[in-house]
Design a protein around this ligand. Structure first.
Ligand code: BTN
Length: 315
């Protein structure tokens, strides 16, 4: 069971948030929350301990960077209900699955500041330092299992469009669902599904976006928006725009249209690629993505191969 009770700590954070970066006295917080000043002090200490940047001074407390917060109350009403925020988790994938099993609705979003066991595709580790945008969508599609792949394509298409629109950057999609910026990885997606019989119980799509973190410290071929734009950008703005765009895009699912639009955004088609799976690899030129989302590659003898999963590298 995931604990989501709104407690006094959340009330304190909301008060500080609504005050912008300004200072609020312990007395005012104590009056507004109905707890003693000592209890306020203890809650603030616990919040700091769990990673919230709160300034304490003789006049009270302040949030120096309210724009960094991703708590539900920070979002506009149209997306607020979707947000489930955690300061630190092992992985948002597992939290999303627990919440999905508990009945959390379609299009909910589990977001965490930091993941201690973030996972990537092919069971790789996904480094999830603070400053990145790490979230998992809970989807409860009505389509049967073989058709839900289209949600991944809808997600990468939506994200690439949103980031292009917000930051005017030359972002491309790499098959199946990575986003590249200047040839380096800006974002990755991982999807996992639970089925019963021939029905999808839920699909969770985990999305990691390098926003204000510095992935190049650990991974030469990764890049963040901050690295390129030379300034911090709003994770809340990105998440809000993505959730609205994605919701809109999946209102009526049209696989042919989604794949066609996805192809307009990809840099994989026409590239020489190496696709790694758990136990093998394939090399050739990427010539097409069919309507099931499979990558078609052609080797030097013009033999074509259809690849349904794997990690793709442009060589
Ligand atoms: C990949 O490119 O290998 C996929 C990376 C997916 C990372 C995201 S971050 C949020 C969610 N939680 C995880 O543990 N993984 C996904």
């Amino acid at each position: 069971m995931v604990n989501k009770t709104i407690d006094k700590k959340q009330m304190i954070l909301e008060l500080l948030y609504r005050h912008g970066g300004g200072t609020i006295s312990g007395v005012k917080i104590s009056e507004a929350t109905g707890i003693s000043r000592v209890a306020v002090w203890k809650h603030i200490a616990a919040l700091k301990q769990s990673g919230f940047a709160i300034d304490s001074g003789p006049n009270g407390y302040a949030l120096p960077h309210p724009e960094d917060l991703l708590l539900p109350f920070c979002f506009e009403p149209s997306v607020r209900e979707q947000i489930h925020h955690f300061q630190e988790v092992e992985t948002t994938m597992d939290i999303a699955k627990i919440l999905a099993r508990e009945g959390t609705p379609h299009l909910s979003c589990v977001v965490a500041e930091h993941q201690t066991k973030g996972r990537g595709r092919l069971n790789r580790e996904w480094v999830s330092d603070k400053g990145g945008l790490w979230f998992t969508l809970i989807l409860k599609p009505l389509e049967p299992p073989p058709l839900v792949y289209i949600y991944n394509f809808a997600a990468s298409l939506s994200l690439s469009r949103v980031l292009k629109k917000l930051f005017d950057l030359d972002i491309s999609v790499k098959w199946p669902n990575d986003l590249l910026l200047e040839g380096k990885k800006l974002s990755g997606m991982l999807s996992e599904m639970e089925t019963r019989g021939d029905m999808v119980q839920f699909l969770v799509i985990g999305i990691g976006i390098n926003v204000n973190n510095d992935p190049s410290n650990k991974e030469f071929k990764a890049v963040s928006l901050k690295n390129i734009l030379k300034k911090k950008v709003s994770r809340k703005q990105i998440l809000t725009a993505f959730l609205l765009e994605f919701k809109n895009r999946i209102q009526t699912i049209n696989p042919t249209k989604i794949i066609a639009q996805w192809k307009e955004q990809t840099s994989t088609l026409g590239s020489r690629v190496r696709v790694e799976t758990f136990d093998s690899f394939h090399e050739g030129t990427a010539v097409d993505v069919d309507e099931t989302g499979a990558l078609i590659i052609e080797d030097d003898q013009q033999n074509r191969k259809k690849i349904i999963y794997g990690d793709c590298f442009h060589t």
